[in-house]
Design a protein around this ligand. Structure first.
Ligand code: GTP
Ligand code: ZN
Length: 218
């Protein structure tokens, strides 16, 4: 079994690449509309969009949302860049503690947390950083946590046709913390199991024990 934790460098590379790539193009495309809408939104909440501190806010918001929803204009092929390699062996590979940030589709407020992905290869492996890129591809949209989880599992299945895939995500939803039921300490765990992880309890247990070790140590 191979277990990998992405390093800080992985995430640094990830953000700089994606700011420069098609996410930036998306940002440019949505900017004019979002700038106008944000100006109106500021008025609607009783603010003065013309006061000094808010003058550049519509532009900043448009840029930020271009980034936060950059997943809409990327495809699985874009983010994995054909980094699928032939490989012997069929030991479990686990990439854990991949941070994600997403926006809930019900309130357009952030939810964030960690994703853990495991697979059992069947002749093909994927470049490790690409798992983090797949997470971002689906997280940078308006989402529900359940859908991101299944989209990641199905993406790995499509790319590698492995013997099994498991995805576990833990998320904190600000729409439950800063409004609504106002529960600051609750978190949500979602999972998607495919192939051996679904059919074989021992394989699933091996994955869960590695991931839960992480949860307990926090
Ligand atoms: N299943 C799921 N629900 C989510 C997610 N993000 C937010 N929600 C929930 O979406 C639901 C929307 O419920 P509504 O009753 O239509 O909206 P609301 O009146 O704002 O609900 P409250 O949050 O309970 O105040 C809420 O229960 C949220 O907690 C998610 O990722 N998955
Ligand atoms: Zn919500």
């Amino acid at each position: 079994m191979t277990t990998t934790k992405p390093t800080d460098t992985d995430f640094d590379l990830l953000s700089s690449d994606q700011t420069a790539g098609s996410t930036a193009e998306h940002s440019a495309a949505v900017q004019p509309d979002l700038k106008v809408l944000t100006h109106d939104w500021l008025s609607a909440i009783g603010e003065d969009p013309e006061r000094e501190g808010l003058l550049k806010t519509p532009e900043r918001v448009a840029k930020a949302w271009g980034f936060l929803t950059g997943g809409y204009t990327q495809t699985l092929t874009d983010v994995t860049n054909e980094a699928v390699f032939e490989a012997e062996g069929s030991e479990m590979v686990i990439v854990k503690d991949i941070e994600f940030y997403s926006m809930c589709e019900h309130h357009m407020l952030p939810f964030y947390g960690r994703a853990h992905i495991a697979y059992i290869p069947d002749g093909k492996i994927l470049g490790l950083s690409k798992f983090a890129r797949i997470v971002d591809l689906y997280a940078r949209r308006l989402q529900v946590q359940e859908r991101i989880t299944t989209q990641i599992a199905d993406a790995v299945l499509e790319l590698l046709a492995p013997k099994g895939v498991a995805v576990l995500m833990e998320g904190v939803h600000l729409c439950m913390a800063m409004r609504g039921v106002q529960k600051q300490n609750s978190s949500t765990t979602t999972s998607a199991m495919r192939g051996l992880f679904k059919d074989d309890a021992r394989t699933r247990a091996e994955f869960m024990s590695v991931v839960q070790g992480t949860l307990r140590s926090r």
